[in-house]
Design a protein around this ligand. Structure first.
Ligand code: FAD
Ligand code: DLZ
Ligand code: SF4
Length: 512
């Protein structure tokens, strides 16, 4: 054959450039389940099962449309440890003029691939990933010479560039952003749509057996497994969201409920990230739903902002700042991530609920990730690398290009505010306002310090106090620091002592 086309587990898109100028008669597609990709962090069992099953279905889809596909399974006798080995072995069996690959979404792999050409003695072409709305070159152009890199500025630039939700050059509805309408808590008894569940087919059942056997020691429940694993399945999930979820998405975007894990969220990130759904197409359909009067503007705008704004923005920042970005640690935080992040064994009801849900579903929505597990890790000064590895492991949608900026930048402020203008630190009051967790907690959210008090309360002030030298010039924190300064000394000492007692009682890192 002529070219070997390597397709990775998160590149399941027939529209990618490597297929455009390829020839099914002369080129061979290679896909490989390999131990290195399945274990570079201890991925959640559901994430591995999702990726493997989606890969197997995609190979089938390619074959049905005429491609020759060499698919190496992890349980094949001839399975390979790494993607490089898979390429090398395939080339041993048959010579190729070149290996063609879409640029991977993680720096570690791109870096590795850069040496393949000389090591494997074959031409290796890396082609840009065309599934994003902003090319990396365009992002660099936007960033070039800029003093501030706010997402909101990037988002407006993208609205203008793409024309999404624009009316004759102006933002639809006269406003760029309807976030102030999107901060409602959920009333008790709120009825949320049923999540669409896809029953496992024979291919998925095979994968579940494989993952259950090989990765039994990884975090997370494997079953029940109900993720979609094909383009049609992912499409059905999105259609169902358009019909039943989108209208209320905006209003309850930040809410959290014990009994409603998914609320009005779309659950499409894992499908988008592997290429079973397409970002442009999704924005078109969400805008159409608003223009035809099916959903209000605050929901359509809020949703499009996540995809056209946040998703594209974090990817741009990742590639702009890697590899140094991964090492950043603005606060010098070194505490081991407590082992209950892996076991769920804590008496703090909010953390228990979010970690428990993460264990079962490989899913938590944005505010659960940011304001519960992320906020707690920020407040206790957990080591950013450990926190990052946790987020990269436990969610089905986690790939470093999207996970790292969200964790290290947005949530932990470890980049010193490059990505977010202030740390997302909050006391128990925020969690109480936005969720129903506190009513089922043995801690009292209203109690500030001492026995039985919600730990978030003292930790919040301790975090601000501890890091004041680094945060004192942040104008968004000025009022908060003046509240601290106005407190009586006794009260301040009380907070710091309470936080100190709590921190010294924290369990250490997981040794499992
Ligand atoms: P919805 O709430 O329905 O949002 C719609 C879509 O918008 C999502 O599917 C997603 O593609 C996009 N989106 C929303 N927020 C963001 C964001 N901040 N950054 C990028 N895209 C966004 N998202 C991932 O896809 N992978 C990750 O590994 C990941 N790690 C995160 C880690 C932390 C600490 C935080 C705070 C957020 C992280 N996010 C990550 C962003 C966000 O939490 C998820 O995209 C979202 O919860 C996915 O659920 P959903 O599809 O129901 O999203
Ligand atoms: C996440 C993942 C897993 C679990 N396994 C594989 C695999 O066996 N083969 C493969 O090609 N890709 C896998 N992936 C996705 C890759 O890790 C992903 O392509 C890189 O992290 C780059 O984003
Ligand atoms: Fe979490 Fe504090 Fe509320 Fe308990 S009281 S659920 S620890 S915020």
């Amino acid at each position: 054959f002529r070219n070997l086309l390597l397709v990775l587990g998160d590149q399941l898109s027939p529209g990618l450039d490597i297929f455009k100028d390829a020839d099914p008669e002369r080129d061979l597609v290679l896909m490989a389940e390999v131990a290195e990709e399945a274990t570079y962090v201890g991925h959640h069992k559901k994430k591995i099962a999702f990726v493997f099953s989606a890969m197997r279905h995609f190979a089938q889809e390619l074959r049905e449309s005429g491609w020759r596909v060499h698919y190496i399974r992890l349980d094949d006798e001839t399975s390979c440890a790494s993607l490089k080995e898979a390429v090398a072995r395939t080339l041993k069996g048959a010579r190729a003029e070149a290996v063609r690959i879409t640029e991977p979404g993680e720096f570690r792999l791109l870096d590795d691939m850069r040496s393949w050409q000389s090591e494997l003695e074959v031409q290796v072409d890396l082609l840009p990933d065309t599934r994003f709305l902003c090319t990396l070159a365009d992002f660099r152009k936007w960033a070039d010479g800029r003093k501030r890199f706010l997402m909101e500025d990037f988002y407006r630039h993208m609205r203008q560039k793409t024309g999404f939700l624009m009316d004759e050059g102006n933002p639809a509805g006269g406003q760029w952003n309807f976030d102030k309408d999107n901060r409602n808590s959920a009333p008790a008894g709120l009825v949320c749509p049923e999540v669409m569940r896809s029953p496992p087919d024979a291919i998925t059942k095979d994968v579940l057996d494989l993952v259950g056997g090989r990765f039994a020691h990884h975090f997370g429940a494997l079953e029940p497994f109900w993720f979609a694993v094909t383009r049609e399945g992912a499409e059905a999930v999105f259609e169902s969201f358009l019909e039943h979820g989108l209208a209320d998405f905006g209003t309850y975007q930040d809410a959290m409920l014990r009994e409603e894990r998914f609320l009005f969220h779309s659950l499409i990130s894992m499908y988008l990230n592997v290429g079973l759904l397409d970002a442009w197409d999704i924005c078109v359909r969400v805008e159409k739903a608003w223009r035809s009067g099916d959903v209000p503007l605050n929901s359509a705008e809020g949703f499009i902002r996540q995809i056209l704004g946040w998703r594209e923005y974090v990817r741009g920042i990742y590639w702009l700042k890697m590899p140094e970005y991964r090492e950043e640690n603005f606060f010098g935080a070194t505490r081991a991530l407590p082992d209950f992040y892996w076991t769920g064994e804590t008496d703090m009801a909010c953390l228990k609920a979010v970690i428990g849900q993460t264990h079962e579903e490989a899913y938590a929505h944005h505010i659960q990730r940011l304001m519960v597990t992320g906020n707690f890790a920020l407040l206790i000064g957990a080591d950013p690398v450990q926190v990052h590895e946790w987020y990269l492991s436990v969610y089905a949608d986690a790939y470093e290009w999207v996970e790292l900026p969200n964790t290290l930048g947005m949530s932990l402020h470890a980049d010193g505010g490059f990505l977010g203008s202030k740390p997302y630190a909050a006391s128990g009051n925020y969690i109480d306002k936005m969720s129903d967790y506190c009513s089922g907690c043995s801690h009292d959210v209203k109690k500030k310090t001492g026995e039985g008090a919600c730990p978030f309360n003292a930790l919040y002030w301790d975090f601000l106090y501890r890091n004041r030298p680094k945060l004192k010039d942040n104008h968004r924190l000025r009022t908060i620091y003046s509240s601290w300064d106005r407190m009586s000394e006794d009260k301040r000492i009380d907070y710091l002592k309470s936080a100190g007692d709590f921190l010294s009682s924290l369990p250490g890192a997981w040794k499992g």
